[in-house]
Ligand binder design. Structure first.
Ligand code: ADP
Length: 494
């Protein structure tokens, strides 16, 4: 799991735990915690209020047979008193369930609990005597009511902590009191069984309430996590947008600057060339000629640097446009090798090219030349006199084509490879030998290869030199049309 994700989950958990009153909640999450706690309580109240009408229907279904059998049995006070309390409690609770959002959350909760006690008391009265002992024995009546009531409370009243206890506690109390005062008409073991049944339902209700709260906590954790992720995404989108804007501004700045620099630079290059060639007359001091040459060379270096900066900024800003056409990879590479042959020779480095017969490819030829020139000039620059450079062009097994430039120079330390691939990154060798270079050559190569959907890799091992390979994908290779049958037969005969 990513560390940011783990952090977000931990934050959501802390807030949820704090919402449920766990100790150690930190101040930073108290705002979310309070908000969550409030919404949990609201949600539990809503669940309870929604379940209320269904519970009332079920309790009426239990109450009706009791009442109808009571009409035929001996009259006693428990029946009307119990029925009145149950009816009133249920009706009031129904009204409150309908109107609870209008009163405060705490008053609504207290109201619900009070009404639960009221109709629980009613059931406690009803359990004291079976209205029709001949048809329903007292013993069955004493067990049936707690089971039916406990079952309905389990399903409908466990959303609010204490609601089930409020409903069943009067039954428990009535049984307990009858035992203590010795006024029980049932055998002691039956009264005890009734108490155990009620206690069992209370236990189950408690577990269900916990499970409901856990479920809500998990859902809240998920919601908090989603909210945090959305916020993180919005931040990252904003950061990306800013980075893109900055990149664009940088490219515009570089494009303008390089244009502004090029104009005076061209004048410097032109006039220094005229002075070096002494076109308008000989210098009286000989050193002026070599100064003019130095000015010209420095100007050319500066022009090269400006071009590189401009190219890289265009690639990074996605504004470098490839001019794609069919070309021969081997031809472009050998032209570049030819161009740099003199430089390699003057440094005492030999250059060799392996160039098989390859089908043409679709690519930007100027970019291919830039890639090859950068790789070759690096190889020439870093290979000591007497070293070899081999250039290979060929096909890869999956159908693409590659260029590989391998030299026998000193290797690049593995930890420096990521550095030299960054813009302006230079290796320790270049710094130590004070080699010229801006550290833009390889990033440009990498950018151009990526624009061709190709791959770029550097292999460099201690004592084995450096090998840079670029591979162009198969879909850039043009498959030659099949040769006519006659031609094939002729070729076979030859
Ligand atoms: P530069 O213009 O400075 O050569 P590059 O991006 O082309 O910039 O190269 C970055 C660095 O990579 C160089 O400074 C050098 O340290 C290292 N490097 C590149 N090619 C080679 C090579 N063939 N052999 C050894 N080091 C190399």
């Amino acid at each position: 799991m990513k560390p940011e994700m783990a952090h977000l989950i931990a934050r959501a958990r802390r807030a949820t735990r704090a919402a449920f009153g766990a100790k150690g909640a930190t101040a930073s999450v108290s705002g979310i915690a309070n908000w969550m706690a409030r919404s949990f309580e609201d949600e539990l109240l809503l669940t309870f209020a929604r379940a209320r009408p269904k519970a009332i229907l079920l309790q009426l279904l239990i109450l009706l047979p009791v009442l109808s059998s009571g009409m035929f049995g001996p009259s006693h006070l428990f029946l009307p008193a119990g029925t009145f309390l149950v009816g009133l409690g249920l009706a009031a609770s129904l009204v409150l369930a309908d109107h609870w959002p209008k009163v405060s959350r705490i008053s609504a909760k207290r109201g619900f609990l009070g009404l639960e006690v009221m109709h629980g008391l009613g059931w406690a009265f009803l359990t004291q005597n079976s209205p029709l002992p001949a048809a329903i024995p007292d013993s069955a009546f004493a067990i049936f009511i707690p089971v039916a009531l406990g079952g309905s409370a389990l399903v409908f009243s466990s959303a609010i902590r204490g609601a089930m206890a409020a409903q069943l506690f009067p039954l428990l109390l009535a049984n307990g009191l009858s035992l203590l005062t010795g006024t029980h008409r049932l055998p002691v073991d039956l009264v005890c069984l009734s108490i155990v049944v009620i206690a069992f339902f209370l236990y189950l209700g408690g577990r269900i309430t916990e499970a409901t709260r856990d479920h809500l906590a998990i859902r809240a954790e998920k919601d908090a996590l989603i909210a945090d992720l959305e916020q993180a995404k919005a931040h990252s989108d904003e950061a990306r947008r800013r980075a893109e804007e900055l990149n664009l501004a940088k490219s515009r700045f570089l494009a303008t600057m390089s244009h502004e620099l090029r104009t005076p630079l061209n004048a410097i290059l032109g006039f220094s060339e005229v002075m070096e060639a002494e076109l308008l007359g000989r210098h009286r001091v000989k050193a002026y000629r070599s100064y003019a040459r130095d000015i010209h060379e420095s100007g050319q270096m500066l022009l090269g640097l400006i071009d590189e900066v401009l190219d890289l900024s265009r690639i990074e800003a996605g504004r470098y446009e490839l001019v794609e056409e069919a070309c021969q990879l081997a031809d472009s590479v050998s032209e570049c090798a030819h161009l740099l042959q003199l430089r390699a020779h003057s440094r005492g480095v030999s250059m060799m090219m392996v160039d098989p017969d390859l089908p043409p490819i679709v690519a930007d030829e100027r970019a291919l030349r830039q890639i090859t020139l950068n790789l070759l000039s690096n190889a020439i620059k870093f290979t000591p006199s007497g070293g070899d450079i081999s250039i290979r062009v060929g096909s890869v097994p999956n159908g693409g084509q590659f260029i590989q430039v391998t030299d026998t120079g000193p290797s690049i330390p593995a930890h420096e490879i990521p550095i030299i691939l960054e813009s302006f990154g230079r290796g320790s060798l270049a710094v130590k030998r004070a080699e010229q270079g801006s550290g833009l050559g390889l990033p440009i190569v990498r950018g151009l290869v990526a624009m061709h959907r190709g791959e770029f890799s550097i292999q460099s091992r201690e004592g084995e030199g450096t090998s840079v390979t670029i591979t162009l994908p198969k879909d850039r290779v043009l498959t030659p049309p099949p040769r006519p049958v006659v031609e094939r037969a002729r070729a076979a005969a030859a």
